[in-house]
Write a new protein. Sequence first.
Length: 758
Amino acid sequence: MPQRKRIQVSGIVQGVGFRPFVYRLAQELGLTGFVRNTTSGVDIEIEGTQTDIDRFLHFLQVRKPIAAVIDRLDVTPMILHHTRRFEIRKSTRREGYTRIAPDIATCEDCYRELYDPKDRRHKYPFINCTNCGPRYSIIQETPYDRSQTSMRSFVMCDECTAEFADVSDRRFHAQPDCCVICGPWFVLHDLRYGTVERENAIEKAADLIRKGNIVAIKGIGGFHIACDAMNTRAVQRLRKKKKRPAKPFAIMCDLMHARKIVHISKHEEKCLRSAIAPIVVMRKKQRDIISDRVAPNNPYIGIMMPYAPVHYVLLETIPYYVMTSGNVQDEPIVKDEDDVKLKLGSIVTHALTHNRKIENRCDDSVGFVYPSRGFSIIRRSRGYTPNPVELPDSVPPMLALGPYLKNTFTLARGYDAYVSPHIGDLDNMETLAFFQEMIERYQEWFRIEPEFLVHDLHPEYLSTRIAQEYKKPRIAVQHHIAHIVSCLGEHRVKSKAIGIAYDGTGYGLDGRIWGGEFFIGDLGHQERVAHLEYLPLPGGESSIRRPYRIAIAYAAVLCKKTFRPKNVPMTEVRRILNILNDQQFSIETSSMGRLFDCIAGMIGIVREITYEAEGAINLEHIAGSTVSSYYPYTLFDEEPLRIGVAPIIHGVMRDLLKGVRPSTISAKFHATIVHFSLAVVDKMSTIHGIRNVCLSGGVFQNRLLLSKMVAVLEKAGYKVFVHKRLPTNDGCISYGQVIYADKRRMIDKPIGQGNVKQ
Ligand code: ZN
Ligand code: ZN
Ligand code: FE
């Protein structure tokens, strides 16, 4: 008995070759009907026997194109139409709004053609198909059609046109489809002499790098700065020029070469080879293949696979490239040729660029595989954006402006939260311009006109002022509440949980700087129930750069002792103590990040940090693995409960005097945090009867702490939630802001039309 079914598919099903896939599948199974794009996904109607329809539904999910993501499949029975064939129908674009796919790494079929001497795209560095290639980075306006992308200036040749129109071709409706005759091309600029070469531009650039030069390379979401990772002098020169003395660089190489320098688990391999092709931070092998200056004093290194055809061609010349973002210090990644000389001219001598414009810049995404939980994202950009992250409840049109550092914003409506790519630190003009430009684009693309604005609680933050300019009702959300709610929201946890936010800095509800906080609550109500005790930052936030200052201050305040860290002159110690005596020169913080800095400063592993959390990161890396003891601490029964760290500082000082190894001190310190965290959780759980625990905050990028915390809490019978779809750092804030503000707007009155002072 033939039947007819309607199948509505939602998710990432447009711009990823879904319709031709459906078409071929229906042909294969002898089903009739049609497929078409709609505003919310893909609509399919099929007719055939029950068995064939069941097989169709099964294959739809297991054989879907690599970049496709199916969120929902709704199947409804229909009356028979007795259709005779299967066809691809024109899209219905009633609201003119469709999703945009993220940029997708070169697929295996395209790779094969790239290296097939008989193929007309042999070695053509812009090869792509319905399964791969640029999407997000080339789109200007929606819907996603070639004429709305930066491919619009390239008129397709006859052969490409034929492919594009042929439903059986794997380039059917591949918007960026092109070839050597009709598509874009690479050129090599010599920035010193202003000359430009087109012939063999990529090979020449690779050769320059092989000879030790530093070259800017235009990729998918922006420029990379590249050098030979095996050439220590080149890497060292790049460090000097980029003013980046120690922060690890990422490497690009193929899988075979990656295996020579890092340990790769099955899961890590899967991430590396995925359509997202992120930088995966993995454990180094003890081998001297690449320069030790790439990731100095670091047991880990970040590796990404080639994800654009040009990368494959480059890798023919040398096996390992340092590929670092083409930017100056904290500014956004450079995406236009015109900026290369201006911004990167002092770093690179040459630029390998092409004439396909990058419309939307997008950094490489970064993360690591955390054994029992999968891929943990550190930076969510290329390959992810602009995919929405699902919200636990439907919201009205809203815009959350995110945090001050590591900014992302989120534009939301219904169940969709469009979390922006990594924007950066909102402390320079360039980043701010990027921030505002992307907000405008997101509003246009997704047709969301926000009714509410959400911003951080900090009255001085730029984002607070920007929110005011919208002249719309706005709501302020505390930074660490946003952290916890973000993690709960990702997991759709609607009941109460104990939230632990271990973080660097966030403006607290009491006007002080928070960062070591415990909460109890749900998506719409959070109460701070415990925190690390407040301690002074001598001279304010500037002491974050010099961890030893924090060590001196904490020792003075907590232990009434003059502590002189290794290699710090007594005059400097006295200066810090003087600053401490005058309260107006210090701010107080309950930050866990600062406690890490303090211990790093006491041990003396870093004097002045050159990148964020360098002290804490070094502390994690030196930790020994065989230590089971911990330092004592105090829990002061106050409301909120206060965690006293004086015994910890005492203990570390005593160990230092006894000559205990730094690796032991670090391990004991990590164990201490886990110990008091569990003690606080136990206490709260007993009082409130809650067994869910949720972890968020930048400190949980510390793999050692994260794994120990999760293990200990789970062993004690708690259900532990950690971030999965967003970073645990401030990249998750704007998403949490949306959720909390949406719930609070019913309870608190949003601040008026932007003219009411907070
Ligand atoms: Zn492809
Ligand atoms: Zn062509
Ligand atoms: Fe934070």
